[in-house]
Design a protein around this ligand. Sequence first.
Ligand SMILES: [Zn+2]
Ligand SMILES: [Zn+2]
Length: 188
Amino acid sequence: MARTRPAEVTGYRNDGVGTAVALINAVTTAESPAETLGPLLASFNFKVDVPLTSDEVEALATWARGLRPVFVEDDQERAIGLLNEVMVDVPMQPHISDHGLGPHLHYGRPGAGLVDRVRANTAVALAFVLCEYGGGRLGVCADAGCERVYADISRGPRRRYCSKTCLNRNTVAAYRARRSVPQGEGPA
Ligand SMILES: [Zn+2]
Ligand SMILES: [Zn+2]
């Protein structure tokens, strides 16, 4: 599974933006079964007791499906509205924690279960992206056959593809399409 470098946009030691993207892609594309959510979250530094219960898997899938429209929506105001709608149900109680990583901010309640920790962490991380970078930085891959979402918090020009693989495939296709356009008709 492709991982971007952890981004410190939230000041949290977990990469909440990366977690949201990976979780949504795992749940809403056919490429990874729900059973992989435990290891996936562990790879983002969440403390996970494996295997996840079926209730946890279902709750995480529901959460991911609720977050996806925020990526689909390009308009900042509407994206904010969508995120606010799902965020309202997430129990939040910001507090500083350490657990061996150095002091850092947790957004969920102390002792919260995995699902609420993931919900709080990903919701706040995406909120930071929407506020600081605008709605166009959370997107769905421009490849016609790809359903994956991405978050683009780089300084460069806006990204449109989920991965280098999709970018390269489309760059090659666009090049071939240009080359196959008939050259006649123009002035000699
Ligand atoms: Zn922590
Ligand atoms: Zn893609």
